[in-house]
Write a protein that binds this ligand. Structure first.
Ligand code: TNX
Length: 497
């Protein structure tokens, strides 16, 4: 038997001495009803042939959270999850095991025992730089959940647009949602749209982490609430970006559709700013069943250090008041009085520069943990090769699939090991990404490298956790991705090494 192509690679897999299980759409699947429906959705694409025997999907309490056991022989298939999330993960494995051969579809005889390394396995989609509608978000949930991601972080606000209806603050979507980068169409989610996304994510065992980015990245807020916003700060960076990419300089009272960052700030000493945040966080928390609420805190270059520290301390407390666990980008670690347990999201490089690792460590000192999103490895908006038409290059130049793969979460920040790491998240910023085809081309296959960093054993700790194995497995999954309609970048084109 050729070894099956599985991503993320499981904790253990052994061949079972048996011929494969024959599979068709007529398979008799029984067990947990949600799991049966999830597997049926995968099998509906197959030709209507009978199966060799029963497929049984069960939850059997006892194993580690999110773990499962999968057993296949010629006569039957069994997937047993330690909980519903584990069972769902097992079904994703099963769907990758399905092979087409001369005699039709089959599943090789194997036994797999598998459990996740990290509890938080995230993808982020920036719906502010370019708005992405509900169907696109659902398609990204399909893709991410098939790789065992269980968190969708939505970057819901930025200089270019505010993307979530806030009933107590209707001016936000009325005045600040109409456009995207480059003058492209904007949009926003009604609260019902957002609930639909949350429900769809939940059906795929994913939570939604909403992000309202403050105090910077708030030019859109200034269109709705000029009284809460400082004048744009036109730094050298802002002028450089305009020189490189064109567009206008940010201007008070006018929508911004360029790609510069760090010029906007909420008023830090205005009490009305915190009334605004209280209203927004209360509604966002009320719409979000997951435990986390992200308040941004990145690139607040228009805010002085003391003001920034005072602001993020208060913003984290306001999030905590809603009952949610605050999450912030690592810069917020500079503040002395973040709410206890605030989670830090590290977006520095695999080899930290400029004290970014110090800021990350401060979250741990405050009782929080770290989400790792090293930008020069798993920022899916970086070009994958110098010639890729989409994407940016600021994170150490183009990021090949190999670079996306060859790093380990526990080796990035001294003193931050598996215990301090909540998980791994691959962000997709969308300055250059307009639609699902572009999302697919940038995310696939590098998203698979992030999935493996989040789920599987440490890098280089097993023969499967090597570039050579991963590269072969990615190529092996391409037919499945093609069947699912994913417009991935083929391995050779993206990564000739
Ligand atoms: C940095 S990473 C940003 C975003 C940009 C991104 C582009 C981070 C927390 N902020 O505002 O969209 O780079 O790659």
């Amino acid at each position: 038997m050729a070894p099956p192509h599985l991503i993320p690679t499981p904790t253990s897999m052994t061949a079972v001495p048996s011929s494969p299980f024959r599979l068709g759409a007529g398979a008799a699947i029984s067990g947990d009803p949600d799991a049966v429906a999830a597997l049926q959705a995968h099998l509906d694409a197959l030709p209507d042939a009978p199966s060799a025997g029963p497929i049984t999907l069960t939850v059997e309490a006892g194993g580690a959270a999110g773990s499962y056991r999968l057993e296949v022989d010629a006569a039957s298939v069994t997937v047993a999850g330690a909980d519903p999330a584990g069972l769902f993960a097992g079904i994703q494995t099963l769907s990758q095991l399905v092979q087409s051969g001369p005699d039709g579809w089959s599943i090789p005889a194997v036994r797999i025992d598998d459990e996740p390394r990290f509890a938080y396995r995230g993808v982020m989609l920036d719906v502010a730089r370019h708005f992405h509608d509900v169907d696109t978000v659902k398609a990204y949930i399909d893709r991410a959940s098939s790789l065992k991601f269980n968190v969708l972080h939505l970057h819901l606000s930025d200089d270019q647009g505010w993307r979530l209806e806030i009933l107590s603050r209707p001016e936000l979507t009325a005045r600040a949602a109409a456009s995207s980068v480059g003058g492209d169409a904007g949009g926003f989610y009604t609260q019902d749209d957002y609930r639909e996304i949350v429900a769809y994510a939940a059906a795929h065992h994913m939570i939604v982490v909403p992000e309202i980015d403050v105090p910077g990245h708030t030019h859109a807020v200034s269109l709705a609430y000029p009284e809460l916003s400082e004048q744009p700060v036109l730094s050298e960076h802002v002028h450089e970006v305009v020189a490189l990419f064109g567009g206008d300089l940010p201007e008070n009272g006018t929508g911004y559709d360029g790609m510069a960052v760090g010029f906007s700030s909420l008023k830090i000493h205005e009490e009305a700013t915190y009334d605004f945040l209280r209203d927004v966080f209360r509604e966002v928390a009320g719409l979000t069943p997951g435990p986390y609420l992200h308040f941004g805190g990145d690139e607040a270059l228009g805010t002085g250090p003391a003001d920034f520290a005072a602001f993020v301390a208060r913003a984290s407390a306001l999030v905590a008041e809603t009952g949610k666990i605050p999450v912030a980008w690592h810069e917020a670690g500079a503040a002395d009085r973040l709410a206890a347990g605030t989670i830090g999201q590290y977006w520095g490089f695999v080899s930290p520069t400029d004290g970014m690792d110090d800021k990350a460590r401060r979250f741990v000192a405050g009782g929080g943990r770290i989400i790792l999103s090293p930008a020069d490895a798993i920022y899916l908006d970086m070009k994958f090769s110098a010639s890729s038409p989409l994407g940016l290059t600021w994170a150490n130049g183009p990021t090949s699939l190999r670079r996306a793969y060859e790093w380990d979460p526990a080796a990035v920040i001294d003193g931050i090991g598996d215990v301090e790491i909540l998980g791994v998240e691959a962000p997709l910023w969308t300055e250059t990404i307009r639609d699902l085809a572009a999302i697919d081309a940038m995310a696939f296959p590098r998203i698979a490298a992030a999935a493996e960093a989040a789920w599987s054993a440490p890098f280089a700790s097993t023969p499967e956790r090597t570039w050579e194995s991963f590269r072969t497995r990615v190529a092996g999954l391409e037919p499945l991705w093609a069947r699912l309609g994913i417009r991935f970048t083929p391995v050779q084109a993206g990564d000739p090494s």
